[in-house]
Write a protein that binds this ligand. Structure first.
Ligand code: GDP
Ligand code: IMO
Ligand code: MG
Length: 432
């Protein structure tokens, strides 16, 4: 038995969806535990691409239970659209495959409006959010004025809560953000319709998962976003509003830390970032554009071009430490196929001083310059390689270097978006 957490080890979009899809084979339950539909997780099976924003990436495997844990924030409209699309493609034939925890907080129209209007108002100081209402929903959760799924499915409770909350939201929207107020009746009607659809998926993640653990089943926890977007440990304020690191899996699903066996960090063989905020190894040049084009680095949620840069071992060591990573999954190695030389940032230089640890102070980070080691590229197509030993020597040397500079062993290597374009070095479920 093994329970495994998957986290993004960079700023998101590392290929978590693909890796979760691969690891689902060994798991009984797959659980999302934080974030919401700011996430966009891409799965490619054969020639068919599926992008999931809320539903766990295990859903393409029949018979695997997928759970949305209490730590997630859920936009009902997006969730229902996702279910409809999956069913159209022939997935989710059995509704009992999917469970949503009743304590999940609901993203309301005012959350989305506030998110977008605040960003528009912030000009150059904007965060570059996905505009999905994630931050404002978590604010209300922590401020104890959120609406949970358990409230939504009780018509009287929902109506009462909305009546209490909406005047304050409309005051803020109108008087501070200069937006139109929202109609209570329209929200009531729209969300009551959602409640009827959602009701059948309601359950208790903590109970179900702990029963699963007792029965000796394997659980796979699917993180969203990335460690450097974590609300506490990320590049604040340019972060998302949840605990994206491995610890978030325990609070976001109601499972004790003693049941976690392995934590796998997903990382690209280079780095990308969407939205604003510091990014020491960013390439604002031809090489950056080349990585963007070859890697098709455009957001799965908002379609925004992703910023690109060289692998940053200083940032990755931060993820190794804050998550307690036991292994790395390196994705998109194939994107570097055509490069003659590849750079790895092993330290930063700050006013002439060497910095080996990711700075906590954003002002220091902003002035850090990457110190690079150069490696020779392998100049050959890796997309058809299926075993680690078949990789060209220079590609293996690059991977070995990544292990050395991050201090973390590699568990999986990915050389293309499809399921079969994957090499497992060490299976965290202990199956190979
Ligand atoms: P996630 O948010 O971490 O699940 O990642 P996204 O789905 O947002 O972005 C990762 C993108 O890279 C998707 O388009 C994947 O299909 C693609 N991808 C994943 N692994 C590989 C790989 O090894 N090589 C290539 N070329 N693409 C990959
Ligand atoms: P996945 O799970 C990449 C970024 C946004 C913005 C910041 C805050 O696909 O890796 P938010 O809407 O969360 O308040 O935005 O976080 N961001 C992501 N970047 N991948 C994601 O998810 C992201 N989710 C949020 O671009 O910089
Ligand atoms: Mg993504």
């Amino acid at each position: 038995m093994a329970n495994v957490i998957i986290v993004g080890a960079q700023w998101g979009d590392e290929g978590k969806g693909k890796v979760v899809d691969i690891y689902t084979e060994y798991a009984n339950d797959v659980v999302r535990y934080q974030g919401g539909n700011n996430a966009g997780h891409t799965l490619v099976v054969g020639d068919e691409k599926t992008v999931l924003h809320l539903i766990p990436s295990g859903i393409l495997h029949e018979g695997k239970r997928c759970i949305i844990g209490n730590g997630v924030v859920l936009d009902p409209e997006v969730f229902i659209r996702e279910i409809t699309n999956l069913k159209k493609k022939g997935y989710l034939k059995d509704d009992s495959q999917l469970v949503i925890d009743g304590n999940v907080h609901v993203i309301m129209p005012y959350h989305r409006e506030i998110d977008k209007a605040r960003e528009a108002r912030s000009g150059a100081r904007k965060i570059g959010t996905t505009g999905r209402g994630i931050g404002p929903t978590y604010e209300d959760k922590i401020g104890r004025r959120g609406i949970r799924l358990n409230d939504l499915v009780k018509p009287q409770v929902f109506a009462r809560k909305l009546k209490e909350i909406l005047p304050e939201k409309n005051f803020y929207l109108e008087k501070f953000l200069g937006q139109n107020p929202l109609s209570e009746e329209a929200i009531l009607e729209e969300y009551s319709g959602y409640a009827q659809v959602l009701e059948k998926y309601l359950g208790r993640a903590s109970l179900i998962l702990n029963e699963s653990i007792e029965a000796g089943h394997n659980i796979l926890f699917e993180g969203a976003q990335g460690s450097l977007l974590d609300i506490d440990h990320g590049t604040y304020p340019y972060v998302t509003s949840s605990s994206t690191i491995a610890g978030g899996a325990c609070t976001g699903a109601g499972v004790g830390p003693r049941f976690i066996d392995e934590v796998i960090g997903i990382s690209k063989a280079y780095v990308t970032r969407v939205g604003e905020g510091p990014f020491p190894t960013e390439l604002n040049d031809e090489m950056g554009e080349k990585l963007r084009q070859i890697g098709q680095e455009f957001g799965a949620t908002t379609g925004r071009p992703r910023r690109t840069g060289w692998f940053d071992a200083v940032a990755l060591r931060e993820a190794v430490r804050t998550n307690g990573l036991t292994g790395l999954a390196i994705t998109k190695l194939d994107v570097l196929n055509e490069l003659d030389t590849i750079k790895i940032c092993t330290a930063y230089s700050y006013h002439g001083d060497m910095v080996e640890t990711f700075p906590q102070d954003p002002d220091i980070l902003a002035e850090c310059k990457p110190v690079y080691e150069e490696m020779e590229g392998w100049n050959s197509d890796l997309s058809g390689v299926r075993s680690y030993d078949e990789l060209p020597e220079k590609a293996r040397l690059y991977l070995k270097k990544l292990e050395e500079v991050t201090g973390c062993p590699i568990a999986l290597v990915s050389v293309g978006p499809r399921r079969d374009q994957t090499m497992q070095v060490k299976n965290p479920f202990g199956s190979n």
